[in-house]
Design a protein around this ligand. Structure first.
Ligand SMILES: Cc1cc2nc3c(=O)[nH]c(=O)nc-3n(C[C@H](O)[C@H](O)[C@H](O)COP(=O)(O)O)c2cc1C
Length: 417
């Protein structure tokens, strides 16, 4: 997991990706302090690539009123502050996921009822066909050719703003039932024009958007795609279709395929389990991507560094994205390095955090004496006796920690500071 990898011309220091995660915490589409801290802490936490949430190309392309966007200059400026922070304070790359909510738009924040229509302030969602995502969802308006052109231009403007904002990579969100994904699936796309019917037709609009974005996006920064590899509903797309969809995007210039699944139709019956989407990544990597020099990202219930190492060593994917694992532990990668006693360039502790780069001993004796008034008065044991020889927290580093953090080499600091 600590081997560098290249996506197009972008070199990443390791194989860990912070998966895109919508925080539903923006006002008027503008990312704020919360997003800076959220993405900034993930960048400081050691992942090679930190992805934004799905950033929406228009106000009505948002999933919820709390989603971020890139359809105004104010939003671009705010994103710039985040990319500046990541570039100046970490060695992570930062990627933009761009999307349009389609028929799953105009809904509530995840914690208020995911995919539930807004009780007030709703807008009319659009989709390839007038088919609702779930029995409770609004029926979308079938999108016209004119609207498709307008939305394509919105993708282009958002990509241009994303480039100006300094993102290193752009991922087109063609998964999870949002607009482009809903064109790909025969469950949501029942159009009888050249954009519906065969897989070739269903691919037409997502590929049109991809091509237009590619024109607008700097050629020296990678353009990638996230797919739902299986709709988990009979009659929907399967991994066989996903292999062909990946092949088409690669032929148009996609430099990585990020392989997710589902969330396309509420009748889905996914077979959840540990690393459950990795077989899809494996097929796409080994049937189409590897030969084309295109990277594949596996995602979904990958949680341990053993899982990551096994997936990569077995050639099932080139990178692994972790979502919830990073919410649990923003320093997931650095902690995985400490656990594996890895100290190379693939795990880059920010200088101010270096004092903490070893896993603290779990059962260190509690100190006592002057300065520890709740303890019985007793002189603390010398550090060398407490920690001497411990491979987890060598004495020299503990001293370094003390002198760096406190400017007083001689002061005794308890281990869990
Ligand atoms: C809070 C949350 C928000 C998410 N938002 C997005 C999103 O904006 N775009 C996306 O492609 N996937 C999104 N996902 C899916 C994750 O990127 C990831 O694919 C999924 O959580 C499975 O990975 P995990 O098991 O490591 O969490 C989200 C997941 C979570 C938990």
């Amino acid at each position: 997991m600590f081997q560098p990898v290249e996506i197009g011309s972008l070199r990443l220091k390791n194989r860990i990706v912070v998966s895109p995660m919508d925080m539903y915490s923006a006002t008027d589409g503008v990312p704020g302090d919360f997003h800076l801290v959220h993405l900034g802490s993930k960048a400081l936490g050691g992942a090679g690539l930190v992805m934004t949430e799905m950033v929406c190309v228009s106000e009505t392309g948002r999933i919820t009123p709390g989603c971020t966007g890139l359809y105004t200059d104010e939003q671009r400026e705010s994103w710039s502050q985040i990319t500046d922070f990541v570039h100046s304070r970490s060695t992570a790359a930062v990627g933009l996921q761009l999307g349009h909510s389609g028929r799953k738009g105009s809904t509530r924040a995840m914690w208020e009822g995911i995919d539930e229509p807004l009780p007030s302030g709703a807008w009319e969602p659009v989709g390839p066909s007038a088919l609702a995502y779930s029995p409770r969802s609004a029926v979308p308006r079938e999108i016209s050719r004119e609207e498709m052109t307008r939305i394509r231009e919105e993708f282009v403007s958002a990509a241009q703003r994303g480039a100006e904002a300094g993102f290193d990579l752009l991922e087109l969100h063609c998964a999870h039932g949002y607009l482009l994904s809903s064109f790909l699936s025969p469950l949501s796309n029942q159009r009888d024009d050249e954009y519906g019917g065969s897989l070739e037709n269903r691919l037409r609009y997502p590929l049109e958007i991809f091509d237009a974005v590619k024109e607008a996006w700097p050629s020296d920064r990678p353009l990638t795609v996230r797919l739902s590899a299986d709709d988990w509903v009979q009659g929907g797309n399967t991994v066989d279709d996903a292999v062909e969809i990946a092949r088409a995007f690669i032929a148009h210039g996609a430099q990585a395929i990020d392989v997710s699944s589902g969330q396309v139709d509420s009748r889905e019956r996914p077979r959840y389990g540990r690393s459950y989407q990795t077989p899809f990544a494996d097929r796409i990597r080994n049937e189409v991507a590897r030969h084309a020099g295109v990277s594949v990202i596996a995602v979904g219930a990958i949680s341990s560094y053993d899982d990551v190492n096994s997936i990569i060593l077995a050639g099932r994917a080139d990178l692994c994205a972790l979502g919830r694992g990073h919410l649990y532990d923003p320093q997931w990668t650095l902690h995985a390095a400490a656990e594996q006693e890895y100290t190379g360039a693939g795990a880059d502790w920010p200088l101010p955090f270096r004092a903490g780069r070893r896993k603290p001993p779990r059962h260190a004796p509690r100190p006592s004496g002057p300065g520890f008034s709740c303890m019985p008065s007793r002189r603390p044991p010398p550090i060398r006796r407490m920690f001497g020889g411990s491979p987890l927290w060598p004495i020299g580093e503990h001293r370094e920690a003390m002198s760096t953090a406190n400017g007083a080499e001689s002061r005794w600091i308890p281990p869990h500071f």
